[in-house]
Design a protein around this ligand. Structure first.
Ligand SMILES: [Zn+2]
Length: 261
């Protein structure tokens, strides 16, 4: 298969995985079964036919509405399908197959976490804790970042740096503002990113996520009547930042080091 055909194939595969991630995003925090029957419209209960369940295309064909009752399908559905497709294709393009598979797992976990955080302002341990373990296991298997001992140390340092930094910020924030500003979910999310990517890219992820979250957060605070108490789901920014850093983090760090030389 030529590389162009492979990438198109992975893109389509990613959109289909994204469609499954939408099911996980919706059902996991609501404790609904993952395989309990077919998907249906939450408004009118109509079963969704296969031709209305094709990633992205069905959303466009239906103009974002249920075929029977006209219920507006939230835009997060096509966004998750498209972003999973795009991130899978970019990962496949950028890494050898084994590493690509491991990074696709991380991208999928991050995408679901961002979706749930956007919906409900939580990041479930059911995703991040197994994610941390997977990051450790992959670092010595699929990712093979070096000899086993070094790869394990890299992954463990990543967990400590990613989770520890956010834990420190959360403690400081609580001391200064006297309210819970950041949940433990963000801490575990970043420990998971560190387990896969190591401490450098984990720290870069926090930096990129904070800058993006800061800019967009200020905008939201400005528009909201709650002012500085407006809650901004940090995981929504950290997760895409993690995907950006897994793809281009090393290049970004290299360019920065060149700049200050
Ligand atoms: Zn409906």
């Amino acid at each position: 298969m030529s590389s162009g055909v492979q990438i198109v194939f992975v893109l389509v595969f990613g959109c289909v995985v994204g469609s499954f991630l939408n099911v996980v995003r919706y059902r996991l925090p609501r404790k609904a079964g993952m395989v309990s029957g077919r998907s249906m419209c939450p408004e009118c209960g109509r079963r969704i036919a296969w031709y209305d369940n094709v990633p992205i295309l069905s959303y466009l064909a239906l103009r974002g509405r249920c075929r029977r009752c006209g219920w507006g399908i939230p835009w997060i559905y096509p966004v998750i399908e498209a972003s999973t497709g795009a991130s899978f294709a970019l990962i496949w393009y950028s890494f050898p197959p084994g590493q690509a598979v491991a990074y696709m797992v991380l991208a999928a976990l991050l995408t679901v976490c961002a979706g749930i955080d956007a919906d409900l302002r939580i990041i479930p341990d059911k995703l991040t804790l197994p994610g941390i373990v997977l990051g450790l296991v992959f670092s010595v298997t699929l990712l093979k970042t070096g000899p086993v001992d070094k790869a394990l140390v890299r992954s463990l340092l990543g967990i400590v740096a990613g989770g520890g930094t956010l834990f420190g910020v959360a403690v400081l924030y609580k001391l200064v503002r006297r309210i819970e500003g950041m949940g433990g979910g963000d801490v575990k999310l970043m420990a998971m990113v560190g387990a896969f990517l190591g401490y450098k890219l984990a720290l870069l992820t926090i930096f990129v996520g904070s800058v993006a979250g800061g800019i967009i957060g200020l905008f939201l605070i400005h528009r909201s009547s709650e002012g500085m108490k407006t809650s901004v789901p940090f995981g929504v920014f950290l997760s895409p930042a993690g995907i950006v850093c897994l793809l281009w983090g090393d290049a970004l760090i290299g360019a920065y080091l060149n700049l200050i030389k």
